[in-house]
Ligand binder design. Structure first.
Ligand SMILES: O=c1ccn([C@@H]2O[C@H](COP(=O)(O)O)[C@@H](O)[C@H]2O)c(=O)[nH]1
Length: 307
């Protein structure tokens, strides 16, 4: 059985480094000429999967936009997961689950056990009830060759208040989460199955106290030459680094270089609205996604072939 990390590594090599989010915002449904109901939702999601399922490495349906349509929306989500996988894409279900361990097992049954219609290749989880509380989902996912993405440094401006808080050892909460993930991925080749979420925006969202600057990180790959952040966290976790925040949230592809430095080869940028607003014409969706894949590739070449 191939692990999620192995499948993701192969898909990124074959299809390029991009995760496209399927976020059917009410405003996007309207812009696509669709009603804000389960029928409009299904048309939207099907269009994205048909346009991108055969070319993009990772598709990320955002569960909230399906759940808001009730049981019919969840039924559409089940179809999206199945159809995207049938088209050859890996599916990351963005549900950001996190609860006490016994409840976490139920989430594990729902999202990481292949007998469930909501089982995806990977899911997003929140470790803020303590990393150990994720154990049932970690164990179930790994047992079935699936994966997880653990929130570490999120892309929203409110994140630093929690994630950059420091313990008695002086380490940030996010740094401790990254340590747990690094330990869990130890020995996995070529890529571990437990990824982390680190926003492409974080140089804009770090608190002045935490970064020791006026609110903007001044770290640059040239300056740091390492896989670390200006706030001290080590990004070398042995797994993929999912980087949302490009486009609608204000970050650019070029920001990936500033934020991730030497860790850039492990980064999978996640882009939703910036690509989805080019729809519903499939060719335009494909072009927007391909341009982002090319821009990320060019950045890697610039960073690692030009020294
Ligand atoms: O830190 C995080 C974690 C997850 N997300 C999710 O990614 C997409 C971003 O959508 P855009 O339209 O590209 O802004 C969305 O589903 C978020 O829930 C994130 O943005 N930041």
């Amino acid at each position: 059985m191939d692990t999620f990390g192995q499948r993701l590594h192969a898909a990124l090599e074959r299809r390029g480094r991009l995760c496209v989010g399927i976020d059917p915002h009410p405003g996007l449904l309207a812009a696509w000429g669709l009603d804000d109901d389960a029928v409009g939702l299904e048309r939207f999601a099907r269009t994205v999967v048909d346009a991108l399922g055969e070319s993009i490495a990772l598709l990320k349906p955002q569960s909230a936009f399906f759940e808001r349509h009730g049981s019919r929306g969840v039924a559409v989500l089940e179809t999206v997961i199945a159809d995207a996988r049938a088209a050859g894409a890996l599916v990351l279900l963005d549900v950001k689950r996190g609860d006490i361990g016994s409840t976490m097992q139920a989430y594990a049954d729902a999202y990481a056990d292949p007998s469930s219609p909501l089982c995806a290749d990977a899911v997003t989880v929140s470790p803020y009830l303590g990393y150990g509380s994720l154990a049932p989902l970690v164990d179930t996912a790994l047992a079935h060759g699936n994966g997880l993405f653990v929130l570490a440094r999120t892309s929203n401006p409110e994140g630093p208040e929690v994630q950059l808080a420091r313990g008695e050892d002086g380490r940030t909460v996010a740094g401790t989460i990254l340590d747990h993930v690094r330990a869990a991925n130890a020995g996995a080749e070529p890529l571990g199955s437990i990824g982390v979420v680190v926003g492409a925006t974080i140089r804009y969202t770090a608190s002045p106290e935490a970064s020791g600057s006026a609110g903007l990180s001044t770290a640059s790959p040239e300056a740091s030459g390492s896989a670390g952040l200006s706030t001290g966290e080590d990004l070398a976790v042995g797994g993929p680094l999912l980087a949302p925040g490009i486009g609608a949230q204000g970050a650019t592809v070029a920001d990936l270089l500033t934020v991730f430095g030497d860790a850039l080869p492990q980064v999978v940028p996640a882009v939703s609205r910036e690509i989805l607003t080019t729809g519903p014409e499939p060719a335009r969706l494909r072009r927007a996604a391909a341009e982002t894949v090319d821009a990320v590739h060019d950045l890697l070449v610039q960073r690692f072939q030009n020294g």
